[in-house]
Design a protein around this ligand. Sequence first.
Ligand code: GLA
Ligand code: GLA
Length: 674
Amino acid sequence: MTPVEPLLGRLPHLAYGGDYNAEQWPEEVWREDVRLMREAGVNLATVGVFAWSVLQPRPGDFEFGWLDRLLDLLHDGGIGVDLATATASPPPWLTHQHSEVLPVAEDGSRLWPGSRQHYCPSSPVYREAAARLVEALASRYAGHPSLVLWHAGNEYACHVPACWCDVSAEAFRDWLRRRYSTIEALNDAWGTTFWSQRYSDWAEVLPPRRAPTFRNPTQELDFRRFSSDELLRCFELEREALGRLSPGVPVTTNFMGFFAPLDYWRWAQREDVVSNDAYPDPSDPLSPMRAAMTGDLMRSLGRGRPEQTSSRVNWRQRNVAKAPGQMRLWSLQAVARGADGILFFQWRQSRAGAEKFHSAMVPHGPPEASPPWREVVRLGADLRRLDAVCGSRVRADVAVLFDWESWWALELPAKPSSDLRLMDQVEACYAPLYRANVTVDFVPPSADLSGYRLAVVPNLYLVRDEDAERLRRFVAGGGTLVLSFFSGIVDESDHVRLGGYPAPFADLLGLRVDDFHPLAAGERVTLSFRDGNTGEGELWSELITARGADVLATFEGGDLDGRPAVTRSAFGQGAAYYVGTRPDQASMGRLLAAAAAEAGVEPAALVPAGVEAVRRHTTGGTLLFLLNQGAGATEVSVAAGGVDLLTGEAVPEGTWSLPGRGVAIVRLEGASPG
Ligand code: GLA
Ligand code: GLA
């Protein structure tokens, strides 16, 4: 994966701008737009994301004149272009002539045109039409001096994560043939002796369409794998055309955070620049933590270039506006966690269509009367002061293991508890680390963990032999591991690993899980810790037999009274903690703090609660981001002092006040170069 350098080479500063849907506006407005973009410090505009029907109004008829004029105008204004391939919303003529392009839901109903993303990813008709458009765009604009980046498709799998039509069924069979070679191997992997599902011929195999009751879980799991791959193929077809006709220009598409349908580990390898759409809900107090978590994922995938809104979205039931300063704060939070650019949806707020109440950088009314516009201008000025951030790196000693395949398998139905949701488990581990300002990377199960001190593995239900072995080696070599319940239960075919749960980790953990005791809705179990603390567990409990592990906490009361709940086991040079329930946040915080201390992991800074601290390292030194997520001012201190890049002023040694929703980016004095 190539990180952001290709982008940085083309832009003198951090990227700043947004989706510019200029085709929605008369050309007189464009000149005003360029003037306002310059006022706001915009240097990158994403052009044409939904312009297919305007670019190609009829099958054989391309209209590029307007785009020529637009790109020239932007270029003259000093604004770079992230040119979209415009393939996310096929034009009416295509679906009118070829209704088979339209996707089919699992119950056999076809989705109609009239919104967006209404295409079957496997459709050869769609793929050919998309390729023609991409080739036409790439041949025309490859050499345009404004071109900085290509934006392929848009939010792949948004709205339509998969298609169940007959064309998709054929593509699914091809994918399965490549995976299994023989129908016998497929029968084995899918466990088809269960409920009389044995196939005698490939032609009998279908996508998991609506059925009387639970469908074959391995069929479902493979269909998730296939659907992610199939959309990736659409992206790759565009990427190949762009690489051929517009060589050297980086290609991105926008991710959507922890988005279940697509295995972003696989996707990110094919991207030159990782981009993310970030829409934290201002009404949710957990938003800063969740946004941090997403920022860490994007950095781990590559490098972020988040897309967001200036104030309000329009797709929630209630669209709460961002508080003054919150847009700036959350933008700089993304930068703190690795983003090298901030882009909005969208530049100018639409006057028609389904997103006309979604706020934008330029509002419906006069910009000068709009507080969000003033914040947009301020942020533009801030980002111009952050050239030192460009290309700098965040380093983490903690890896949180995250796997899409295990996520899919875990959340298929018919488990001991349907309340098991991977993201809840990930957040339960992430939130205490976030509050302690311990920086984490996310890693796939195949990652080399040797650069980390602590690995946190939430609920890794599905694990491959080699990945389980990698975790064992990590601990044996001196790493510290925290593993939570219902991990190591099945292999990649979703077949239970026999011999006592969690079979691949039992010796590493020094225990055996003899039975699962999922908790009823709202039920809590008391946890009694050996250090004298008590806590509560929710969601899950289990019958654990310690076989060498130290018991750190036991369940109290009920059927599991006195039995282990949390354990620690020395293994090789390292140690493995196991958590057999979901402890309350305070207990989880203490447990992770103990594991982090044992592993020698330090926080990015010691600051009061509510202040987020992250470090980015440059070749010349260290930049400490301090972000006050609270509404009130708070006292902070930075050991050796430094200079705040945002103000250019010296940061004193002792304590000083960071305003509510304020940000300081301190170039640390005397910090060793990174
Ligand atoms: C019924 C069915 C069985 C099995 C059980 C599950 O008894 O006949 O095949 O599905 O329910 O509880
Ligand atoms: C994403 C999409 C945009 C728009 C916004 C709305 O960013 O890419 O086209 O729909 O969401 O929030």
